[in-house]
Design a protein around this ligand. Sequence first.
Ligand SMILES: Nc1ncnc2c1ncn2[C@@H]1O[C@H](COP(=O)(O)OP(=O)(O)OP(=O)(O)O)[C@@H](O)[C@H]1O
Ligand SMILES: [Mg+2]
Length: 244
Amino acid sequence: MNSIAVYSSKGGVGKTAAAVNLSYACSLKGKKTLLCDMDPQGAAGFYYRVKPKSNFNRKKFLKGNLRSFIRETDYPNLDLLPTHFSFRNLDLALDREGSGELKRIFAGLADDYDYLILDCPPNMTLLSENLIMAADTVVTPVVPSTLSILALAQLVKFFDKIKADRKKLHAFFSMVERRKKMHMDTIMRFGKKKIFLQTLVPYLADVEKMGITRQPVAATRPESPAAEAYDRLWLEIWKSQIRK
Ligand SMILES: Nc1ncnc2c1ncn2[C@@H]1O[C@H](COP(=O)(O)OP(=O)(O)OP(=O)(O)O)[C@@H](O)[C@H]1O
Ligand SMILES: [Mg+2]
């Protein structure tokens, strides 16, 4: 099983939109995919119309018996592990002595799925550290602005601090608005750096509309620029993994 964390310390940068659409793109390629909603806001579960079972909570998650709490989505090859409100304190319940606890928990699913995609909450805590350590690849959306580039530099430092392999970190520009000079300038200046994938995810109404359709964009508008962007992003991530 290959695991991909969609992570940023910044809120509202397109993590969940990417996790939802990348997991769908992955499932369309015939890969058995599990999307794991690690954010107690539960947006990924909302988009896929999946709720947690009533007896699910943080304690059960940490015990590692995830199979009975995984739900099917409306799509073949794609399951979802919903979040729970009690995940807001997941951080406090993690083992302080190391950052490998989540990796061990997810390892229990290794034979069930080809890909595990983690929708991470926006912060930089012990939970983030665990999620980064559990992932083979970390994908971070960057809205093209000065502060987001600063946040990316902080993330690289965070990787060094927790001794995570920097080579598994990939950034992509998210919510790109071509008419904004700041966006285009930032992409021109930083887009060629090795850390950046080349796919730009534009700011598109079809992505916003997922809140109404509650489906991935490629399910409602398969030929749309939004669906194409996430498909391209998926291929790029997939290729970056093959090169390793
Ligand atoms: N490419 C896009 N084009 C237009 N709107 C987008 C795009 N990506 C995300 N959005 C919208 O921006 C908002 C934030 O996106 P999203 O929830 O994916 O961000 P997030 O990083 O997961 O946020 P949080 O940190 O709160 O979890 C949502 O309303 C979403 O519909
Ligand atoms: Mg989110």
